[in-house]
Design a protein around this ligand. Structure first.
Ligand code: RIB
Length: 298
């Protein structure tokens, strides 16, 4: 039986308000959608759920409001066996993500941060959870100073770190030195490096962090270290229903497998398989596979 690696996710939790529609409306246009749903999401919670379903022992360091959406998100965490001792309830409302999914499965997202932006610094619970973990996962839907503090603390206590730089934003140079694995998509990599060519961008980033795993949607992932490409992993061909949360599924599964002791390339194949399954189903957390489903495709 695999070791259950310990993972803390410091990140956002949103209620996703999802509309399916044939295309995006033009400015000033009113149009009909075909379906509306609410789905627990947020890049942080998505990664926590994906990691837990892939076998990780996960703690979620996040923030919700004292409201109905917050209650639903907490129920989802508990249903997935995620530890919530580090979940904080704030005066601000639970974060929401307003998501349009068009025919073909692509999405556009507007996030209203609410509680995700309300906590400026770590508390002792957060620090303890990070110190007790093999891996810390962070993204940029919490304030960057908080993310930086978490990364710095992880480095000081010997916990490995994985950063998803989304939504992409200018990064304080010092932050790179605390990142073991950076997982940008190709657009984020280009933006962060200030380069047009995605491979050049991944190489540039790999001179600043431990390892870069650049996801490229249906073109798979590219891994760079110390200024060179080391591995390319092909994506699996699937009929996409909804790509929401596919990148988060990739990260959560990758972390769970690395924490369980897999080599990077083995973990990447599992992450790719997990993400491929997630795009064949609707929603963020609602689309994420459990480990037996991933293992069956490997
Ligand atoms: O990465 C997908 C996620 O981005 C959605 O679940 C939404 O909540 C936004 O945070």
């Amino acid at each position: 039986m695999d070791r259950r690696g310990r993972i803390t996710v410091l990140g956002s939790a949103n209620m996703d308000l999802v509309v399916r529609q044939p295309r995006l409306p033009k400015p000033g246009e009113t149009m009909f959608g075909s379906h509306f749903s609410t789905v627990p999401g947020g890049k942080g919670l998505n990664q926590a759920v994906a990691a837990a379903r892939a076998g990780g022992a996960v703690t979620f360091a996040g923030a919700i409001g004292d409201d109905a959406f917050g209650t639903e998100l907490r129920i989802q965490m508990e249903a997935d066996g995620i530890a919530v001792s580090t979940l904080r309830v704030t005066d601000a409302p639970t974060g929401t993500a307003h998501i349009s999914v068009v025919d073909g499965g692509e999405n556009s997202i507007v996030v209203v941060s609410g509680a995700n932006a309300a906590i400026p610094e770590l508390d002792d619970n957060d620090r303890g959870a990070i110190a007790d973990s093999d891996w810390l996962l962070v993204q940029f839907e919490r304030p960057q100073p908080l993310v930086a503090e978490a990364l710095r603390h992880a480095r000081s206590v010997g916990t490995k770190t994985m950063l998803t730089p989304a939504p992409v934003q200018p990064v304080d140079e010092e932050l790179w030195s605390f990142v073991d694995v950076l997982v940008p998509n190709e657009h984020e990599a280009c933006e962060l490096a200030g380069l047009d060519d995605e491979q050049d961008a991944a190489v540039w980033l790999s001179e600043r962090v431990g390892t870069v795993v650049m996801t490229r949607g249906s073109r798979g992932a590219l891994v760079c270290r110390e200024g060179a490409v080391v591995v390319e992993v092909a994506a699996r061909k699937v009929d996409a229903v909804d790509t929401t949360g596919a990148g988060d599924t990739f990260v959560g599964v990758l972390a769970a497998r690395l924490a369980a002791g897999d080599e990077l390339e083995t973990a990447l194949h599992a992450a790719t398989a997990g993400a491929a399954i997630s795009v064949t189903r609707a929603g963020a957390t609602s689309s994420m596979p459990v480990w037996s489903e991933i293992a069956a495709t490997l």
